[in-house]
Structures are given as C-alpha cells and as structure tokens.
Design a protein around this ligand. Structure first.
Ligand code: HGA
Length: 611
C-alpha cells in the first residue's frame, strides 16, 4: 500500500515519476504528490487529493521540472485523504520525504519536535520523519548519516525516499517493513515500491533488504545494511515485459486478469507435474525430506488468500488425512498459539509483503514449527525470502485491487501441495494422484470453457443492479468459494454480501430472506448436492430469488424465482477452481452496471503492507 517512486538523472524526471505513480496506483489512490529539486536548486512540490490523473492534469498546468525527485500515491492511515496530508512532506523547504508504512511512536516524536520549534502542517505520522531528519541533518551535516540516525528513533514500518535541496545529487532510501527496489539505468537510477513502476526505464533491479539504507546517485548506488556495514545486493534482471501494466483490449484490469486465468494456471503447473504425479522438488530441493516429517499443516493468510487456505483444509484433510488449521494472520499473530508437533507453517499472499502475514511468519520462527512454506506470486518478496520453502504461483502482476488470478493460482498451488504431501506419506487413494494430474493438465482449457459462459453471467448480473444485500451459500469445499464470491461482490459493487454454509441458513440468516434478497449458490455435482437442494427449497419457500451456478447433471432447472447457469462438467476435487470463475464474472458485471470503480474500489488498496 502506498506507492513510492524516485529518480536521479541528467534529464527532467517528472514524466517518469508520474508514469511510475500511474503504474503503482493499485497500491493507493486517495491522493498523490511529487517533489523535485528544480532548475534553481529549490524544492518544488505539487500535490492533489484524488487519483494520479488529478496530479497529472495539475502538472500540465503548472509544469515541474527537475533532475532529482520523489513521488507518492497514498492510501491514508493517519490523517484524512486530502491535499494537506498528501506526500511528499517538507521540512523548512529543505527536505522532502515520501513514506509507505506506519510510525507507531509518531505522537511522542511530534511532541519532541514541536518542543524543538518544528511546525506541523499535516495530520500524518509521516511528517515526524521529515522534521526528525531535518533536526539530525543540522546536527550531523551529511544526509546519509542523518538518515541512519533518524531511523534509529522510528518504531513501526517504513519505506522511505528522501531528497534535500542542500545535497541535490542524491536520492536516499530506507527500508524496514515496506518494500523498496532500486532500478538501475545508464547514467541515471531510480527507486520504487514495486519494479512495475520502473519497467518503462529499466529491467535491472536491486531489492533492498530489511534495515537497508541506500544512497542513489546518477552513476552509483551505495547500500548499508542493518548494522551500518557497506553491502552489495544482487542485481536481478526481469524478463517479463512492461505490457503487464496495460489493459490491452479489456475495459478493466480485473476483466483482463479474469481472462488470463487459463494462461496463468498453465504457468503455475509448468515444470511441476510428472507423468502421473506431482514433482515434490517443485517446492525446493529439501522438500521431500521435510514433507516426510509433516504431521500437521498450519495455514496463515488474509482476505482472498485466507479463502484459498480454507479450500486447502478440505483438500488436505479430505484427501490425505493430514490435520490442517487455517487462520487469518491478523488474529494469529497476536494470540498465544499451541503449536502442533511437526507442523508445516504455510503462508499465502499474492504480494508476499502483506504486513500481517509477514509478521505471523516472523513470530512463527522459533515457535517450534517444522519449517515454513510460502505460496506467493512475487519471487523477490519478503515472504519468499524469509521462508524455508516456496511455491511461486507465477500469475504475473495483478493490478485489479480485487484479486482473481492470484486466487485461482493459489488454489492450484495448494492442490499441488496436497498431492505432494499425500504422495510422500502414501495417503492418497489408489490412482487418485494420476487422475488429478491428468485433470490438472486439462484445467487451463477447461477454464477457457467456463469463461465462455460470460454472456450468461452478464445477463444474470442485471438481477443485482438495484439490490442492497445478497447471501452466498455453499456446502463443504464450496463454502470458502461462496465466501470468496461474497468478498468479490462487496469489494467492487459495494453491495452488502454475506456467505454462509448452506446448512446454517435455518439457524439465523433465513430470517433475512425475502424477494429483495438474491441468494447466490454454487452447486457442483458432489455428494452434498441433495442436501444443498433442500436448502435451496427453504429459500424459495420464503420468496427468495435464487441464482444457481450448477453442474449440468445436478438436475436443477430455471423456474419461477430460480435462475440456473449451467456449468460444464468438472472433476469434483477441482470444482472450487471452476466455480470461482462465474462468481468473479458476476461481481465484475454487477459493478460495471452500478458504475463503480472496478479496478480501484473505494477505501481499498492492493498489497496491504500496513497492519
Ligand atoms: N502513514 C502514512 C503512509 C500510509 C501508507 O503507507 N499506507 O499504505 C500516511 O497515512 O500518509
């Protein structure tokens, strides 16, 4: 959350900064700002509330020009999203800072700095950083030395970029808890929260590690580690193109990403399937040895990834008999946990920078877990770097704030994990692994068939245009799928949506059902189908409108108050992956009908790097 871009070059860098912010807008979009050292050596700033487009427009009217600058797109944590609170923040027109994260001791620091005579002009926690740095700079003289001293006094999380009018040839950065990457150019260098922001200028990157401080000049980069030692960090070259940040033929990134699912699922499977079994080494060279010791699995995640974890629990316990617990990271990290013996600690996160999930992983170290495994989409992320084993989901950059392809590729990764553990422990029913490997090979083309139902789903979406509340029902492994469907709908259409296990209806939520409350359900042809049908009767008997995504063989038909969208046949185990797709399309088309901002829904942001 919050996007940072910085640049030091021989040319005017404002267009590069604004383009970078546009590419980072998924991380926050309530206000944006840019600061440069202008051609007279002065700090100049432009800030706007609202999206980067507002800043861009303002910039064409009041052009800024400079060869050193920083920029920021904000997702407010402290202080309302308005121009006054937008970054960059200044101290005495000498220093400018942009920040991603939260400074927990900002109140105490603010009081100390006020006593020293500093005037505060915003309500943000960030402003204490710039005044503290200003104070240190005047004590110590050198910007890098001052930054090293200042961060010692900060409690909390930060990714920082700093420029000073008195030292106009260098860009400073500091990382603790929020990601930062340096982009290497020819005679120019850059900084950003995510390499995506810099794809138009470079494909060579250096990732900062926790506690690193960097000094970035046109011709050089210097990095100090946590202990103040000079360090060399590896330079990585990214092959994947800049086109990921374009919508192509699609109206929204979310629709593009929904349609990418056959292709990216194919990528998730690549190199991970043998003739009739999952390749255990896909989880790392020491995976086979570690998996043999696993007697329990603890899954930790947030939001959509948590729903993926819930599906995995049904798979792990149902197919392998290995016990599995799933918990949201923000709860897990703050409670005392009784660790089961020989537990594999599995984290799931699209970005690998999710603050709560990362903190849970760090707490788990030394708590008695056997090993940690990250199911993650970003190879260079903190979660991956700090875990013993990794399975990359290879979904490519996901820009739409509402997660789609990240979820389905996580499910594929978790099914591979289930089969790998089942294989190592010889706990799978005879022939099942070969059967599922075959089904996984067919999955990409089958998902393509599911997506061809788009028109039918778009039609059903019309039923929701005027509604305010919805129930999603599922039974068994389809219950987390219903939860994910409800989350999608509320995220992007702002319709209140709740998911229930269908068997729970009569214990309360049935009281809500009337003709104004659409009830959405997924009904694959599984062993719980007959029970689900009875639950649907309970809804119809109260006048509820049913929207059912049902297997052709389920014997459910359109009728008064019942809209059935027929789904192609699929293997029962893979059904959660198939049935997710129509629910994604449904929320997408409902949101389009209601005219909401599909890719950047209100109050939200992607890559939740704050608590
Ligand atoms: N705390 C700062 C930065 C917020 C942030 O990083 N959000 O993800 C602010 O509120 O401006």
């Amino acid at each position: 959350m919050c996007g940072i871009v910085g640049a030091v070059a021989e040319r005017n860098i404002t267009a590069i900064l604004i383009e970078g912010l546009k590419r980072l807008e998924y991380r926050g979009y309530d206000s944006a700002g840019i600061a440069v050292i202008d051609n007279d050596g002065q700090l100049s700033r432009l800030r706007r509330s609202g999206k980067v487009a507002e800043l861009d427009q303002a910039q064409t009217l009041e052009p800024l020009s400079g060869r050193l600058g920083i920029a920021h797109t904000r997702w407010a944590t402290h202080g309302a999203p308005c121009e006054r609170n937008a970054h960059p923040h200044f101290s005495s027109h000498e220093l400018a800072v942009v920040h991603n994260g939260i400074i927990e001791n900002h109140q105490a620091l603010r009081e100390q700095l006020k006593d020293l005579g500093y005037l505060f002009t915003s309500d943000t926690d960030t402003e204490v950083i710039v005044h503290l740095l200003h104070h240190k700079l005047h004590e110590l003289g050198d910007l890098a030395t001052a930054l090293k001293a200042a961060v010692q006094e900060l409690h909390g999380a930060y990714g920082l970029a700093v420029i000073s009018a008195s030292q106009p040839d260098r860009l400073l950065a500091a990382r603790s808890g929020s990601p930062l990457v340096i982009g290497l150019g020819l005679g120019e260098n850059f900084l950003a929260s995510d390499p995506l922001a810099l794809r138009q200028v470079t494909d060579r990157f250096v990732y900062l590690e926790e506690g690193d401080i960097a000094e970035i000049r046109r011709e050089s980069v210097r990095i100090w580690d946590l202990n103040g030692q000079d360090v060399q960090r590896e330079t990585v070259q990214h092959q994947d193109g800049a086109e990921a940040a374009d919508k192509g033929e699609y109206r929204h990134f979310m629709l593009k990403e929904i349609h990418e699912q056959p292709k990216v699922v194919q990528r998730t499977l690549e190199g991970r399937l043998g003739d009739a079994q999952v390749l255990v080494e896909a989880f790392g060279p020491q995976a086979a040895e570690l998996f043999a010791k696993v007697r329990n699995v603890q899954i930790i995640a947030c939001g959509t990834s948590y729903h993926a974890g819930m599906v995995a629990r049904y798979w792990l316990e149902g197919l392998t008999g290995i016990p599995c617990q799933v918990e949201v990271a923000s709860e897990f990290r703050y409670r005392k946990v009784a660790v089961q013996p020989d537990s594999l600690f599995v984290t799931i996160s699209q970005s690998g920078e999710t603050a709560d999930t990362l903190a849970a992983l760090r707490n788990a170290k030394g708590a008695g877990y056997l090993a940690s495994l990250a199911i993650c989409n970003v190879a260079t992320s903190s979660l991956v770097r700090e875990s013993d084993l990794t399975l990359l989901t290879n979904a490519g950059p996901e820009i739409g704030v509402a997660s789609t392809k990240a979820f389905t590729t996580q499910l594929v990764g978790l099914l591979l994990l289930t089969l790998a553990l089942g294989q190592v422990h010889k706990r799978l029913a005879p022939g099942l692994e070969a059967e599922l490997v075959e089904e996984l090979r067919r999955l990409p083309s089958r998902l393509g068939e599911v997506l061809s139902m788009e028109k039918a789903v778009e039609k059903v979406a019309e039923l929701f245009a005027e509604k305010h509340h919805t129930l999603f029902l599922g039974r068994g492994v389809q219950y987390p799928v219903a939860m994910e469907g409800a989350l999608k709908l509320k995220e992007i259409s702002y319709i209140h949506a709740e998911a229930y296990p269908a068997g729970e209806l009569k214990h309360g939520p049935l009281a809500l059902v009337d003709s104004d409350m659409p009830v959405v359900t997924v009904a694959p042809n599984d062993e719980l189908l007959e029970k689900l049908k009875s639950n649907l009767q309970e809804v119809r008997a109260r006048g509820g409108q049913l929207i059912v995504f049902a297997a052709e063989q389920a014997g459910l038909e359109d009728g008064e108050g019942t809209h059935v969208v027929s789904m192609p046949h699929c293997h029962e185990v893979l059904a959660p992956i198939y049935y997710t797709l129509p629910l994604q399309l449904l929320s997408y088309y409902v949101a389009v009908l209601r005219g909401t901002d599909v890719d950047q829904p209100r109050n939200l942001a992607k890559s939740v790097t704050v608590e």
